[in-house]
Design a protein around this ligand. Sequence first.
Ligand code: NAP
Ligand code: GDD
Length: 371
Amino acid sequence: MDRNCKSKNAIVFGATGQDGSYLIDLLLAKNYKVVGVVRRSSTDNRQRLSHINNLSFKIVEGDITDYSSIISILSAHAQDDTEIYNLAAQSHVAVSFKQPGLTWDVTAKGCLNLLQAIIDLGLHKKNVRFYQASSSEMFGKNYDTINGEKVQNENTKFMPQSPYAIAKCAAHEAVRLYREAYGVHASAGILFNHESERRGENFVTRKITKWIGEFTTWLYERNLDPKHISNSCKNSDLIYVSGSQYSFPKLRLGNLEAFRDWGCSGDYVEAMWLMLQQESPDDYVICTGKTHTIRQFLDAAFKLVGIKEWDHLVVIDPEFYRPAEVEYLRGDYSKAKEKLGWSPKTSFEELVNFMISHDVKHFPDNVNRYE
Ligand code: NAP
Ligand code: GDD
């Protein structure tokens, strides 16, 4: 029977994350039956799934560092043609310098556990397909110069700059090996940074938009305008309001000069799905082809709430610098465009607008958000 005519099944590891929740929304809209794997937590880690009310969606508990839990889940839920998406990771680069062992166990070994479980259960002979969430962090310090432009694509060599990136490189190589050695239909998406209103609050874009949301609410509740902010607060950790006792903690950030190729999570989960619909497995760079610094993100975000100068609202804090940095990321998605028919839909400006619109509840009166 044609693969497209069968009812489809998917198992998503990392279901509670930003991408997991968007991917599950997409798969349910395509009438898949979806199993989301959620790790046990003493607090609620299912908020990004709370909007889903669909009998085709089932949550099961499991942890990718525990091979036996993977075997139980795949034995119970993987059928012929099931699509398995591995989005589970310790995904924060700065955290990986502080917890390298945990990052290795989850981000590298977790992927290997999944691939080995596919072999041990013989699922590769049942046309089960596997997606691995690889990362542009794997390029680290490296880029190629093509037609005078600095970019990274599928041929660019990896030069990882963090324990996280090293773990992602190991997982990426495992995908290639299991594809070549055992014939697993395993594909890796080398995704550049992608964001949304569901982005974790300690990644830089969301940290900025959340802070702006809280700051504008604070101003609104006191009937203040950004122009009331005192210039005398330049050397302080707090923002003061002229002629009043009010103060608000500044936004604390690290390196503002790094370049990132920022896209939108909703666009990128579509590319993951497209990879698993291909006859042959392969690896693809997914990105926008545009790059901006964190400083430019700040400019765009503050402008949307009518603040043109923001230097006095931000503290550069060494705590948020990393022992090694990835200074420049800008992808080239030509292969995904040609083979998958995929292109990004959301521009940088639309992404910032979309995140600010979500996080800011009270726009200053004089701001025209759409100008
Ligand atoms: P995320 O929000 O941090 O989500 C990570 C997911 O992994 C969460 O559901 C988390 O569960 C789960 N997880 C962590 N440890 C686990 C374990 N031991 N067993 C099972 N699940 C575990 O990340 P994301 O932004 O959605 O990214 C999805 C994937 O793409 C990750 O692998 C990330 O490294 C990769 N990636 C992301 C980007 C990006 O810009 N977003 C770019 C390239 C690659 P909890 O909710 O319980 O913590
Ligand atoms: N998180 C964070 N917090 N980053 C900051 C801060 C801060 O306060 N200040 C400056 N930055 C800089 C970082 O040094 C980095 O250069 C840039 O902002 C982006 O940091 P993150 O948003 O944490 O993302 P990332 O690029 O390190 O990693 C993300 O993208 C990767 C793909 O390139 C994560 O989603 C990874 O999981 C993903 O693989």
